[in-house]
Design a protein around this ligand. Structure first.
Ligand code: ADP
Length: 494
Protein backbone atom coordinates (compact mmCIF):
# COMPACT_ATOMS: atom_id res chain seq x y z
CA UNK A 1 0.00 0.00 0.00
CA UNK A 2 1.32 3.42 -0.97
CA UNK A 3 0.73 6.47 1.22
CA UNK A 4 -0.40 10.01 0.63
CA UNK A 5 2.80 12.17 0.51
CA UNK A 6 3.47 15.03 2.96
CA UNK A 7 2.28 18.32 1.42
CA UNK A 8 5.04 20.52 -0.06
CA UNK A 9 2.79 23.59 -0.36
CA UNK A 10 0.28 25.57 1.67
CA UNK A 11 -3.40 24.60 1.29
CA UNK A 12 -4.43 28.16 0.45
CA UNK A 13 -4.84 30.46 -2.54
CA UNK A 14 -1.57 31.27 -4.33
CA UNK A 15 -1.57 34.91 -5.38
CA UNK A 16 1.35 37.07 -6.57
CA UNK A 17 3.72 34.30 -5.56
CA UNK A 18 2.48 34.21 -1.95
CA UNK A 19 0.22 31.79 -0.08
CA UNK A 20 -2.92 33.52 1.18
CA UNK A 21 -3.61 31.58 4.34
CA UNK A 22 -7.21 31.38 5.58
CA UNK A 23 -7.30 34.65 7.54
CA UNK A 24 -6.37 36.58 4.39
CA UNK A 25 -8.80 34.99 1.91
CA UNK A 26 -12.19 35.44 3.51
CA UNK A 27 -11.73 32.93 6.31
CA UNK A 28 -13.76 30.11 4.76
CA UNK A 29 -12.18 26.72 4.41
CA UNK A 30 -13.06 23.23 3.27
CA UNK A 31 -11.66 19.84 4.26
CA UNK A 32 -10.42 17.70 1.38
CA UNK A 33 -10.96 13.98 2.00
CA UNK A 34 -9.66 10.81 0.41
CA UNK A 35 -12.79 9.41 -1.28
CA UNK A 36 -11.57 5.83 -0.81
CA UNK A 37 -11.40 6.03 2.98
CA UNK A 38 -13.04 9.30 4.02
CA UNK A 39 -9.80 10.37 5.74
CA UNK A 40 -9.07 14.12 5.89
CA UNK A 41 -5.99 15.11 3.85
CA UNK A 42 -5.95 18.87 4.36
CA UNK A 43 -8.12 21.87 5.13
CA UNK A 44 -7.97 24.34 2.28
CA UNK A 45 -8.67 28.07 2.43
CA UNK A 46 -11.25 29.13 -0.11
CA UNK A 47 -10.98 32.37 -2.02
CA UNK A 48 -13.86 34.79 -1.51
CA UNK A 49 -14.91 37.35 -4.14
CA UNK A 50 -12.46 39.97 -2.85
CA UNK A 51 -9.56 37.53 -3.03
CA UNK A 52 -10.49 36.57 -6.60
CA UNK A 53 -10.52 40.24 -7.57
CA UNK A 54 -7.08 40.68 -5.98
CA UNK A 55 -5.90 37.69 -8.04
CA UNK A 56 -7.24 39.25 -11.26
CA UNK A 57 -5.57 42.58 -10.41
CA UNK A 58 -2.24 40.85 -9.80
CA UNK A 59 -2.51 38.84 -13.02
CA UNK A 60 -3.33 41.99 -14.95
CA UNK A 61 -0.29 43.76 -13.45
CA UNK A 62 1.97 40.81 -14.25
CA UNK A 63 0.82 40.73 -17.90
CA UNK A 64 3.14 43.41 -19.26
CA UNK A 65 6.28 41.84 -17.77
CA UNK A 66 5.27 38.36 -18.92
CA UNK A 67 4.71 39.45 -22.51
CA UNK A 68 8.03 41.29 -22.50
CA UNK A 69 9.83 37.98 -21.99
CA UNK A 70 10.72 36.49 -25.40
CA UNK A 71 8.33 33.72 -26.42
CA UNK A 72 11.14 31.17 -26.56
CA UNK A 73 12.13 31.98 -22.97
CA UNK A 74 8.50 31.73 -21.82
CA UNK A 75 8.42 28.35 -23.53
CA UNK A 76 11.56 27.27 -21.64
CA UNK A 77 9.77 27.89 -18.33
CA UNK A 78 6.90 25.66 -19.45
CA UNK A 79 9.28 22.92 -20.61
CA UNK A 80 11.18 23.13 -17.31
CA UNK A 81 7.82 22.66 -15.56
CA UNK A 82 7.19 19.51 -17.62
CA UNK A 83 10.58 18.12 -16.57
CA UNK A 84 10.01 19.01 -12.90
CA UNK A 85 6.60 17.32 -12.93
CA UNK A 86 8.10 14.13 -14.35
CA UNK A 87 10.89 14.24 -11.77
CA UNK A 88 8.25 14.34 -9.01
CA UNK A 89 5.87 11.92 -10.74
CA UNK A 90 5.48 9.63 -7.73
CA UNK A 91 4.64 12.40 -5.24
CA UNK A 92 2.14 14.00 -7.61
CA UNK A 93 0.57 10.63 -8.41
CA UNK A 94 0.15 9.70 -4.74
CA UNK A 95 -1.40 13.07 -3.94
CA UNK A 96 -3.68 12.77 -6.96
CA UNK A 97 -4.87 9.32 -5.91
CA UNK A 98 -5.38 10.41 -2.30
CA UNK A 99 -7.42 13.42 -3.34
CA UNK A 100 -9.28 12.11 -6.39
CA UNK A 101 -9.52 8.36 -5.79
CA UNK A 102 -8.21 7.02 -9.12
CA UNK A 103 -5.78 4.08 -9.01
CA UNK A 104 -2.11 5.03 -8.60
CA UNK A 105 -1.10 3.87 -12.11
CA UNK A 106 -3.82 6.01 -13.67
CA UNK A 107 -2.69 8.95 -11.53
CA UNK A 108 0.92 8.47 -12.66
CA UNK A 109 -0.39 8.39 -16.24
CA UNK A 110 -2.16 11.69 -15.59
CA UNK A 111 1.11 13.26 -14.39
CA UNK A 112 2.74 12.19 -17.69
CA UNK A 113 -0.25 13.51 -19.64
CA UNK A 114 -0.13 16.86 -17.77
CA UNK A 115 3.62 17.14 -18.39
CA UNK A 116 3.05 16.49 -22.11
CA UNK A 117 0.95 19.66 -22.32
CA UNK A 118 3.62 21.79 -20.61
CA UNK A 119 6.14 20.32 -23.03
CA UNK A 120 3.92 20.78 -26.11
CA UNK A 121 2.87 24.35 -25.39
CA UNK A 122 6.41 25.17 -24.27
CA UNK A 123 7.40 24.23 -27.82
CA UNK A 124 4.43 25.98 -29.42
CA UNK A 125 5.08 29.31 -27.64
CA UNK A 126 7.84 30.24 -30.12
CA UNK A 127 5.66 29.43 -33.13
CA UNK A 128 3.06 32.15 -32.52
CA UNK A 129 3.52 34.62 -35.33
CA UNK A 130 1.63 36.97 -37.61
CA UNK A 131 1.95 37.68 -41.32
CA UNK A 132 2.23 40.52 -43.79
CA UNK A 133 -0.64 40.67 -46.26
CA UNK A 134 -0.50 42.65 -49.53
CA UNK A 135 -2.75 45.71 -49.52
CA UNK A 136 -4.97 46.28 -52.59
CA UNK A 137 -3.78 49.93 -52.70
CA UNK A 138 -0.27 50.86 -53.77
CA UNK A 139 2.22 51.89 -51.10
CA UNK A 140 0.48 50.22 -48.16
CA UNK A 141 0.55 46.84 -46.41
CA UNK A 142 -1.28 44.98 -43.67
CA UNK A 143 0.41 43.56 -40.57
CA UNK A 144 -1.67 40.73 -39.15
CA UNK A 145 -0.68 40.15 -35.53
CA UNK A 146 -1.46 37.44 -33.02
CA UNK A 147 -1.56 39.00 -29.57
CA UNK A 148 -2.23 37.57 -26.11
CA UNK A 149 -5.84 38.27 -25.20
CA UNK A 150 -5.18 39.45 -21.61
CA UNK A 151 -6.03 37.77 -18.31
CA UNK A 152 -7.53 34.29 -18.74
CA UNK A 153 -9.96 32.74 -16.23
CA UNK A 154 -9.47 28.97 -16.07
CA UNK A 155 -12.02 26.67 -14.39
CA UNK A 156 -11.38 22.94 -14.09
CA UNK A 157 -13.23 19.83 -12.84
CA UNK A 158 -12.26 17.09 -10.38
CA UNK A 159 -11.85 14.09 -12.71
CA UNK A 160 -8.41 15.11 -14.08
CA UNK A 161 -7.47 17.84 -11.61
CA UNK A 162 -3.88 18.08 -12.80
CA UNK A 163 -4.18 17.44 -16.53
CA UNK A 164 -7.22 19.65 -17.16
CA UNK A 165 -5.35 22.46 -15.45
CA UNK A 166 -2.13 21.75 -17.35
CA UNK A 167 -3.93 21.93 -20.72
CA UNK A 168 -5.32 25.37 -19.97
CA UNK A 169 -2.45 26.87 -17.96
CA UNK A 170 0.22 25.82 -20.47
CA UNK A 171 -1.73 27.10 -23.49
CA UNK A 172 -2.65 30.42 -21.85
CA UNK A 173 0.88 31.12 -20.61
CA UNK A 174 2.44 30.09 -23.93
CA UNK A 175 0.17 32.57 -25.68
CA UNK A 176 1.45 35.32 -23.38
CA UNK A 177 -1.67 35.54 -21.24
CA UNK A 178 -1.54 35.62 -17.47
CA UNK A 179 -4.17 33.51 -15.73
CA UNK A 180 -6.38 32.96 -12.70
CA UNK A 181 -7.07 29.23 -12.22
CA UNK A 182 -9.94 27.92 -10.13
CA UNK A 183 -9.62 24.18 -9.50
CA UNK A 184 -12.67 22.09 -8.52
CA UNK A 185 -13.84 22.21 -4.92
CA UNK A 186 -13.19 18.50 -4.33
CA UNK A 187 -9.64 18.49 -5.74
CA UNK A 188 -7.74 21.74 -5.10
CA UNK A 189 -4.57 20.17 -3.68
CA UNK A 190 -2.89 18.89 -6.81
CA UNK A 191 -3.46 22.30 -8.44
CA UNK A 192 -1.84 24.13 -5.53
CA UNK A 193 0.97 21.56 -5.60
CA UNK A 194 1.92 22.89 -9.02
CA UNK A 195 2.58 26.44 -7.75
CA UNK A 196 6.06 25.82 -6.27
CA UNK A 197 6.98 23.75 -9.33
CA UNK A 198 6.15 26.64 -11.65
CA UNK A 199 7.94 29.12 -9.41
CA UNK A 200 11.09 26.95 -9.34
CA UNK A 201 10.91 26.69 -13.12
CA UNK A 202 11.14 30.48 -13.27
CA UNK A 203 7.55 31.65 -13.58
CA UNK A 204 7.36 35.25 -12.34
CA UNK A 205 4.98 36.02 -9.46
CA UNK A 206 1.43 36.88 -10.52
CA UNK A 207 1.57 35.21 -13.94
CA UNK A 208 -0.50 32.29 -12.64
CA UNK A 209 -2.81 32.80 -9.67
CA UNK A 210 -4.48 29.72 -8.17
CA UNK A 211 -7.73 30.36 -6.32
CA UNK A 212 -9.48 27.34 -4.84
CA UNK A 213 -13.10 28.19 -4.10
CA UNK A 214 -16.72 27.65 -4.92
CA UNK A 215 -17.77 27.78 -8.55
CA UNK A 216 -20.76 29.91 -7.67
CA UNK A 217 -18.47 32.49 -5.98
CA UNK A 218 -15.37 32.52 -8.21
CA UNK A 219 -17.15 32.00 -11.57
CA UNK A 220 -19.29 35.16 -11.48
CA UNK A 221 -16.30 37.32 -10.43
CA UNK A 222 -14.20 36.02 -13.33
CA UNK A 223 -17.13 36.45 -15.71
CA UNK A 224 -17.90 40.03 -14.62
CA UNK A 225 -14.39 41.51 -14.40
CA UNK A 226 -13.50 43.43 -17.58
CA UNK A 227 -9.80 42.58 -17.19
CA UNK A 228 -10.57 38.89 -17.78
CA UNK A 229 -10.73 38.51 -21.58
CA UNK A 230 -10.99 34.72 -21.99
CA UNK A 231 -12.87 32.17 -19.93
CA UNK A 232 -11.93 28.54 -20.34
CA UNK A 233 -14.04 25.94 -18.55
CA UNK A 234 -14.07 22.18 -18.46
CA UNK A 235 -17.26 21.08 -16.74
CA UNK A 236 -20.87 20.13 -17.25
CA UNK A 237 -22.96 21.54 -20.09
CA UNK A 238 -25.24 23.25 -17.53
CA UNK A 239 -22.26 25.05 -15.94
CA UNK A 240 -20.96 26.00 -19.40
CA UNK A 241 -24.29 27.44 -20.40
CA UNK A 242 -24.47 29.42 -17.14
CA UNK A 243 -20.94 30.76 -17.58
CA UNK A 244 -21.72 31.77 -21.15
CA UNK A 245 -24.72 33.77 -19.95
CA UNK A 246 -22.64 35.39 -17.18
CA UNK A 247 -19.94 36.32 -19.71
CA UNK A 248 -22.38 37.72 -22.27
CA UNK A 249 -22.62 41.30 -20.95
CA UNK A 250 -18.82 41.66 -21.12
CA UNK A 251 -18.54 39.90 -24.56
CA UNK A 252 -15.80 37.59 -23.34
CA UNK A 253 -14.17 34.89 -25.37
CA UNK A 254 -15.15 31.41 -24.27
CA UNK A 255 -13.50 28.06 -24.56
CA UNK A 256 -15.77 25.32 -23.26
CA UNK A 257 -15.16 21.60 -22.89
CA UNK A 258 -18.45 20.18 -21.65
CA UNK A 259 -20.43 16.98 -21.23
CA UNK A 260 -20.53 14.00 -23.58
CA UNK A 261 -22.57 10.90 -24.33
CA UNK A 262 -20.10 8.88 -26.38
CA UNK A 263 -21.32 5.99 -28.52
CA UNK A 264 -19.10 2.91 -28.80
CA UNK A 265 -20.04 1.01 -31.95
CA UNK A 266 -18.92 -2.59 -32.31
CA UNK A 267 -19.05 -3.60 -35.99
CA UNK A 268 -20.14 -7.15 -36.82
CA UNK A 269 -16.59 -8.14 -37.86
CA UNK A 270 -14.93 -6.93 -34.64
CA UNK A 271 -12.73 -9.20 -32.53
CA UNK A 272 -14.84 -9.43 -29.37
CA UNK A 273 -11.89 -10.44 -27.17
CA UNK A 274 -10.03 -7.24 -28.11
CA UNK A 275 -13.21 -5.16 -27.82
CA UNK A 276 -13.92 -6.51 -24.33
CA UNK A 277 -10.43 -5.67 -23.14
CA UNK A 278 -10.53 -2.13 -24.55
CA UNK A 279 -14.07 -1.41 -23.39
CA UNK A 280 -13.38 -2.50 -19.81
CA UNK A 281 -10.20 -0.40 -19.71
CA UNK A 282 -12.10 2.59 -21.05
CA UNK A 283 -14.96 2.23 -18.57
CA UNK A 284 -12.74 1.55 -15.55
CA UNK A 285 -10.58 4.58 -16.36
CA UNK A 286 -11.33 6.96 -13.43
CA UNK A 287 -14.30 4.64 -12.75
CA UNK A 288 -16.15 6.01 -15.77
CA UNK A 289 -16.04 9.61 -14.48
CA UNK A 290 -14.68 10.89 -17.77
CA UNK A 291 -16.50 13.09 -20.29
CA UNK A 292 -15.11 11.04 -23.20
CA UNK A 293 -15.88 7.62 -21.71
CA UNK A 294 -18.15 5.24 -23.65
CA UNK A 295 -21.73 5.85 -22.56
CA UNK A 296 -23.73 3.73 -25.04
CA UNK A 297 -22.36 0.44 -26.34
CA UNK A 298 -23.95 -0.51 -29.67
CA UNK A 299 -23.48 -4.22 -30.39
CA UNK A 300 -24.99 -6.25 -33.24
CA UNK A 301 -27.87 -8.36 -31.91
CA UNK A 302 -26.17 -11.58 -33.13
CA UNK A 303 -23.06 -10.88 -31.02
CA UNK A 304 -24.63 -9.58 -27.82
CA UNK A 305 -24.71 -12.92 -25.97
CA UNK A 306 -21.01 -13.57 -26.60
CA UNK A 307 -20.07 -10.03 -25.57
CA UNK A 308 -22.05 -10.36 -22.33
CA UNK A 309 -20.25 -13.59 -21.50
CA UNK A 310 -16.82 -12.08 -22.12
CA UNK A 311 -17.62 -8.89 -20.21
CA UNK A 312 -18.97 -10.85 -17.23
CA UNK A 313 -15.69 -12.77 -16.94
CA UNK A 314 -13.60 -9.57 -17.14
CA UNK A 315 -15.78 -7.64 -14.69
CA UNK A 316 -15.65 -10.49 -12.15
CA UNK A 317 -11.82 -10.40 -12.24
CA UNK A 318 -11.48 -6.68 -11.51
CA UNK A 319 -9.97 -5.45 -8.27
CA UNK A 320 -12.00 -2.54 -6.90
CA UNK A 321 -10.69 -0.67 -3.86
CA UNK A 322 -8.35 2.01 -2.53
CA UNK A 323 -6.35 3.45 -5.43
CA UNK A 324 -3.22 3.53 -3.26
CA UNK A 325 -3.35 -0.29 -2.87
CA UNK A 326 -1.40 -2.42 -5.34
CA UNK A 327 -3.08 -3.73 -8.48
CA UNK A 328 -6.39 -1.87 -8.12
CA UNK A 329 -8.32 -1.50 -11.40
CA UNK A 330 -11.01 0.90 -10.18
CA UNK A 331 -11.26 3.26 -7.22
CA UNK A 332 -14.20 5.04 -5.63
CA UNK A 333 -16.34 7.74 -7.21
CA UNK A 334 -15.65 11.32 -6.12
CA UNK A 335 -18.28 11.27 -3.35
CA UNK A 336 -21.35 9.43 -2.08
CA UNK A 337 -23.83 11.63 -3.98
CA UNK A 338 -22.14 10.63 -7.26
CA UNK A 339 -22.42 6.96 -6.33
CA UNK A 340 -26.11 7.30 -5.39
CA UNK A 341 -26.79 9.05 -8.69
CA UNK A 342 -25.26 6.21 -10.71
CA UNK A 343 -27.15 3.65 -8.64
CA UNK A 344 -30.46 5.45 -9.31
CA UNK A 345 -29.87 5.42 -13.06
CA UNK A 346 -29.21 1.67 -13.01
CA UNK A 347 -32.29 1.01 -10.85
CA UNK A 348 -34.48 3.12 -13.15
CA UNK A 349 -33.26 1.18 -16.19
CA UNK A 350 -33.90 -2.17 -14.49
CA UNK A 351 -37.39 -1.04 -13.43
CA UNK A 352 -38.19 -0.33 -17.08
CA UNK A 353 -36.92 -3.57 -18.61
CA UNK A 354 -33.11 -3.61 -18.58
CA UNK A 355 -31.12 -6.45 -16.90
CA UNK A 356 -27.95 -6.43 -14.82
CA UNK A 357 -25.80 -9.17 -16.34
CA UNK A 358 -22.58 -8.58 -14.39
CA UNK A 359 -21.63 -6.72 -11.24
CA UNK A 360 -18.51 -6.57 -9.04
CA UNK A 361 -19.04 -5.63 -5.40
CA UNK A 362 -15.77 -7.10 -4.14
CA UNK A 363 -14.88 -3.81 -2.37
CA UNK A 364 -17.72 -4.39 0.09
CA UNK A 365 -15.64 -6.92 2.01
CA UNK A 366 -12.48 -4.75 2.21
CA UNK A 367 -12.15 -3.14 5.66
CA UNK A 368 -11.51 0.58 6.03
CA UNK A 369 -13.16 1.74 2.82
CA UNK A 370 -15.81 4.48 2.64
CA UNK A 371 -18.20 2.08 0.96
CA UNK A 372 -20.83 4.72 0.25
CA UNK A 373 -18.43 6.42 -2.19
CA UNK A 374 -17.98 3.31 -4.36
CA UNK A 375 -20.03 2.20 -7.32
CA UNK A 376 -19.87 -1.43 -8.52
CA UNK A 377 -18.58 -2.06 -12.06
CA UNK A 378 -21.78 -3.18 -13.76
CA UNK A 379 -22.92 -4.43 -17.17
CA UNK A 380 -26.55 -3.70 -18.07
CA UNK A 381 -28.17 -5.36 -21.10
CA UNK A 382 -31.43 -4.57 -22.94
CA UNK A 383 -30.89 -0.85 -22.49
CA UNK A 384 -33.12 1.31 -24.67
CA UNK A 385 -32.24 4.75 -26.09
CA UNK A 386 -34.92 6.48 -24.01
CA UNK A 387 -33.56 5.29 -20.64
CA UNK A 388 -31.50 7.86 -18.70
CA UNK A 389 -28.70 5.30 -18.67
CA UNK A 390 -28.41 5.96 -22.43
CA UNK A 391 -29.74 9.47 -22.92
CA UNK A 392 -27.58 11.15 -20.23
CA UNK A 393 -23.94 10.99 -19.20
CA UNK A 394 -23.59 8.24 -16.53
CA UNK A 395 -20.26 9.21 -14.88
CA UNK A 396 -19.79 5.81 -13.29
CA UNK A 397 -18.39 2.32 -14.09
CA UNK A 398 -21.53 1.11 -15.85
CA UNK A 399 -21.52 -0.53 -19.29
CA UNK A 400 -24.95 -0.20 -20.94
CA UNK A 401 -25.49 -2.51 -23.94
CA UNK A 402 -27.82 -1.42 -26.76
CA UNK A 403 -28.34 -3.89 -29.60
CA UNK A 404 -28.70 -2.97 -33.27
CA UNK A 405 -29.64 -4.76 -36.52
CA UNK A 406 -28.18 -2.55 -39.26
CA UNK A 407 -25.16 -0.26 -39.23
CA UNK A 408 -27.07 2.74 -40.56
CA UNK A 409 -29.54 2.32 -37.69
CA UNK A 410 -26.65 2.22 -35.18
CA UNK A 411 -25.07 5.39 -36.61
CA UNK A 412 -28.39 7.23 -36.63
CA UNK A 413 -29.07 6.29 -33.01
CA UNK A 414 -25.49 7.13 -32.01
CA UNK A 415 -25.96 10.66 -33.38
CA UNK A 416 -29.38 11.16 -31.78
CA UNK A 417 -28.02 13.14 -28.82
CA UNK A 418 -27.41 16.84 -28.20
CA UNK A 419 -23.81 15.96 -27.29
CA UNK A 420 -20.86 15.42 -29.62
CA UNK A 421 -17.65 14.96 -27.69
CA UNK A 422 -16.16 11.52 -28.39
CA UNK A 423 -17.09 8.31 -30.20
CA UNK A 424 -15.50 4.90 -30.68
CA UNK A 425 -15.73 2.36 -33.49
CA UNK A 426 -14.30 -1.16 -33.37
CA UNK A 427 -14.01 -3.61 -36.26
CA UNK A 428 -11.69 -5.01 -38.94
CA UNK A 429 -12.69 -3.56 -42.32
CA UNK A 430 -10.78 -0.27 -42.51
CA UNK A 431 -13.05 1.20 -45.21
CA UNK A 432 -16.14 0.60 -43.17
CA UNK A 433 -14.48 1.83 -39.96
CA UNK A 434 -13.53 5.04 -41.73
CA UNK A 435 -17.03 5.46 -43.15
CA UNK A 436 -18.69 5.03 -39.77
CA UNK A 437 -16.13 7.28 -38.04
CA UNK A 438 -16.79 10.06 -40.58
CA UNK A 439 -20.55 9.75 -40.13
CA UNK A 440 -20.38 10.19 -36.35
CA UNK A 441 -21.03 13.67 -34.95
CA UNK A 442 -18.18 13.90 -32.46
CA UNK A 443 -15.10 16.03 -31.81
CA UNK A 444 -12.88 12.95 -31.68
CA UNK A 445 -13.36 9.36 -32.85
CA UNK A 446 -11.19 6.52 -31.61
CA UNK A 447 -10.98 3.71 -34.17
CA UNK A 448 -9.87 0.53 -32.42
CA UNK A 449 -8.40 2.83 -29.75
CA UNK A 450 -9.85 3.63 -26.34
CA UNK A 451 -7.73 6.67 -25.42
CA UNK A 452 -6.94 8.80 -28.48
CA UNK A 453 -6.41 12.10 -26.61
CA UNK A 454 -2.88 13.50 -26.86
CA UNK A 455 -1.21 16.92 -26.54
CA UNK A 456 -0.44 16.93 -30.29
CA UNK A 457 -4.08 17.10 -31.41
CA UNK A 458 -6.96 19.53 -30.90
CA UNK A 459 -9.63 18.16 -28.61
CA UNK A 460 -13.03 19.79 -28.38
CA UNK A 461 -16.67 18.91 -28.75
CA UNK A 462 -19.32 19.67 -31.33
CA UNK A 463 -23.02 20.40 -30.63
CA UNK A 464 -23.61 20.98 -26.89
CA UNK A 465 -20.29 19.43 -25.93
CA UNK A 466 -18.39 22.64 -26.28
CA UNK A 467 -16.67 25.43 -28.15
CA UNK A 468 -13.00 25.61 -29.08
CA UNK A 469 -10.18 23.14 -28.62
CA UNK A 470 -7.44 22.11 -26.24
CA UNK A 471 -4.10 20.75 -27.39
CA UNK A 472 -2.64 20.78 -30.89
CA UNK A 473 -1.87 23.96 -32.82
CA UNK A 474 -5.40 25.08 -32.09
CA UNK A 475 -5.15 25.08 -28.29
CA UNK A 476 -3.00 28.20 -28.07
CA UNK A 477 -5.33 30.15 -30.38
CA UNK A 478 -8.02 30.15 -27.69
CA UNK A 479 -5.86 32.70 -25.87
CA UNK A 480 -4.79 34.84 -28.84
CA UNK A 481 -6.49 37.73 -30.57
CA UNK A 482 -5.95 38.59 -34.21
CA UNK A 483 -5.34 42.28 -34.85
CA UNK A 484 -4.48 44.15 -38.03
CA UNK A 485 -2.40 47.24 -38.63
CA UNK A 486 -2.85 48.86 -42.04
CA UNK A 487 0.31 50.86 -42.61
CA UNK A 488 2.18 52.71 -45.38
CA UNK A 489 4.89 50.56 -46.83
CA UNK A 490 8.31 51.98 -46.02
CA UNK A 491 10.51 52.80 -48.98
CA UNK A 492 14.25 53.49 -49.30
CA UNK A 493 13.79 57.23 -49.81
CA UNK A 494 13.00 59.39 -46.80
P1 ADP B 1 -18.71 18.41 -12.67
O1 ADP B 1 -20.05 17.82 -12.89
O2 ADP B 1 -17.60 17.79 -13.44
O3 ADP B 1 -18.39 18.70 -11.23
P2 ADP B 1 -19.21 21.19 -12.87
O4 ADP B 1 -19.60 21.90 -14.11
O5 ADP B 1 -20.15 21.16 -11.75
O6 ADP B 1 -18.82 19.77 -13.39
O7 ADP B 1 -17.83 21.75 -12.30
C1 ADP B 1 -16.73 22.07 -13.12
C2 ADP B 1 -16.07 23.31 -12.58
O8 ADP B 1 -16.97 24.40 -12.73
C3 ADP B 1 -15.73 23.24 -11.08
O9 ADP B 1 -14.49 23.88 -10.85
C4 ADP B 1 -16.85 24.02 -10.46
O10 ADP B 1 -16.50 24.60 -9.22
C5 ADP B 1 -17.08 25.10 -11.50
N1 ADP B 1 -18.37 25.78 -11.40
C6 ADP B 1 -19.51 25.36 -10.82
N2 ADP B 1 -20.47 26.30 -10.88
C7 ADP B 1 -19.93 27.36 -11.53
C8 ADP B 1 -20.40 28.66 -11.91
N3 ADP B 1 -21.62 29.06 -11.66
N4 ADP B 1 -19.53 29.48 -12.56
C9 ADP B 1 -18.28 29.07 -12.85
N5 ADP B 1 -17.79 27.88 -12.51
C10 ADP B 1 -18.58 27.03 -11.86
Amino acid sequence: MKTSPPLWFEPAPWIDGVWRTADRCGGESVTVRNPATGEAIATVGRADAETVTAAIEGADRAGRGWRAIPAAARGEILKATAAALLARRDEFARLLTAEQGKPYLQAAGEVDYAASFFQWFGEEARRVHGRIVPHPEAGREFLVEQRAAGVAGLITPWNFPLAQGAKKVAAALAAGCTAVWKPAEATPLVALALAPILAEAGLPAGVLQIVPGKGSVVGPVLAADPRVRVLSLTGSTATGSGLMAAAAPGIKRLSLELGGNAPFIILPDADLGFVTDQLVRLKMFVSGQVCVTANRIFVHADHEAELIERLATRIAGLKVGNGLADGVDAGPLIHAAASRDVQRRVEEAVATGARIVAENRSYESIPGLARENFSPPTVVADVRDSMRLASEEIFGPVIPLLSYRTLSEAVERANATPYGLAAYVYGKDLGRLRGVASALEAGIVGVNEWRPLKAEIPFGGVKQSGIGAEGGEEGIREFLETRVISIPKPGVEA
